[in-house]
Every structure is written in C-alpha cells, then in structure tokens.
Design a protein around this ligand. Sequence first.
Ligand SMILES: CC(C)(COP(=O)(O)OP(=O)(O)OC[C@H]1O[C@@H](n2cnc3c(N)ncnc32)[C@H](O)[C@@H]1OP(=O)(O)O)[C@@H](O)C(=O)NCCC(=O)NCCS
Length: 216
Amino acid sequence: MLVFGQIPSAIEREAYQWYRGFSLCEQNVASRQWNLYQKVLEDGWGWCATTEDEDDFVALGYLKPDEFDPASWELGGLMLARTHRNRGVGICLARLMVASFLVSESDPSEKPINIHAFVLEDNTKAQNFMVNSLGFKETYKFSVDKKDAPENLPSKNGKVEGRRYDIVFPDTPTHIADWLQQFKFIVGKSPNMEDVMLDDYDQRDIDTWIQMLRAM
Ligand SMILES: CC(C)(COP(=O)(O)OP(=O)(O)OC[C@H]1O[C@@H](n2cnc3c(N)ncnc32)[C@H](O)[C@@H]1OP(=O)(O)O)[C@@H](O)C(=O)NCCC(=O)NCCS
C-alpha cells in the first residue's frame, strides 16, 4: 500500500534527507540546502508518497511561488524511487498535487493560477512526463550561467540548459478530473497500480475537486 499526501511538518527533516540524497545522486533536480527546502515547504506545498507499513519515502514533489515570475507557481523537486518507476506512481503524485493546489488556491471568479516546471535539456524522460502524463506544454528553452544555477546541476560550456513547461487551461484540469473520476484510491484498489491511499481527504473532497477542475 502506498500513501499519498502533504508532507507533515513532523517528517520534513526525513523528507529533506531523502530529497538531498536523491538530488545529489541523480543530478536532474536542484539540490537545495535545508533552510531553502524548509522554506519551500513552509511557503508552498510539499507532497509525498510513502509505504504504509514502513513509512519509507517513495516519491516527493513540491509547488512553490516562483521568485522571478510572481504570477506563476513552480512544480519542482519531483522524484520517484527507481524501484517504483514506470508504474504510474509519479503520475499519481503529480496529478494529486496539482489538483489539490488548483482547487485550494484558485478563486473561482478569477483566472486560475499558472503552474510551470523546468526540466533539464537531457532529461527526456521528465520532458515527456510533463507533456504526456501531466498535460503541460513546452513554452520556451532556457540557458543560465552555471554560476547562477544550483551547484549540483550538470552544465555544458558553462551553461545549464533546459525547457520550461506550463499548465494548459482548460485541458490539464479537465484531463486530471477525468483521471480522478475513475481513480478509486480511497477504497484501496486503484485500476492501474497497487493499493493506494490518500491522507486527509475523503471521497466527498475528491468529488468537489472534480467539479471545480471541470469549471476551470
Ligand atoms: C520524472 C519521474 C518522476 C517520472 O517518473 P515515471 O516513472 O515516469 O512516473 P510513473 O511511475 O508515473 O510512470 C509513468 C510511465 O509508466 C507507464 N505506466 C506503466 N504502468 C502504468 C500504470 N499502471 N499506470 C500509469 N502509468 C503506467 C506510463 O505509461 C508512463 O510511461 P512513459 O514514461 O513511457 O510515458 C522519474 O523518472 C524520476 O524520478 N526521475 C528522476 C528525477 C527527475 O528527473 N525529476 C524531474 C525533474 S523536472
């Protein structure tokens, strides 16, 4: 059984240790210092997937306000244990995180808040994930000097390069609503992976999410 939910403050340190080890090892996610990661969790939304019996982390991700683009939130730190890849676990975490964020932070009388993600140039797996699994679209390519980028990220000729992906309205929320509608995680068995549980929400919340996502 896997449990999905927001990272409780009691296990922020453990989440950080997992995040730090992962990001230093795989080098395709920015590796932030503890105080920065803690701030991200404070200001934004940290989500995780853990095993129910052992409380081991399986996946992590967060949404945080973008310091350079105040009109948009950044989806980052998305990482999935190698043992759990290619089974839909990353899709599940990313969609739940985006859905819960959109319904909580959007004002129905205004345009929904934008969400974007940055992916490194050579990370084709994550690039495809943004488009095929999350329904984002590529908006531009970026190139920053190595000295201005997080230290652990790989560079070529002194530059860290990649692509930005942005949410598409109404396509992304509609796509996630369709998925939520057939995903019976509260009762246990999901149609396409293993047993899944969602912390702190119940089926009524999910029905409300679906309605609100369809209205965006
Ligand atoms: C990016 C990352 C989170 C994506 O994880 P993932 O393994 O693709 O995610 P999922 O477990 O949801 O698997 C999705 C894939 O499994 C397939 N899949 C297999 N069985 C599935 C099932 N039962 N249900 C849903 N999808 C399933 C999907 O079709 C999809 O395949 P595709 O990649 O060919 O499109 C993961 O590769 C990772 O942690 N990479 C290293 C860190 C990183 O790059 N992070 C992103 C930085 S921007």
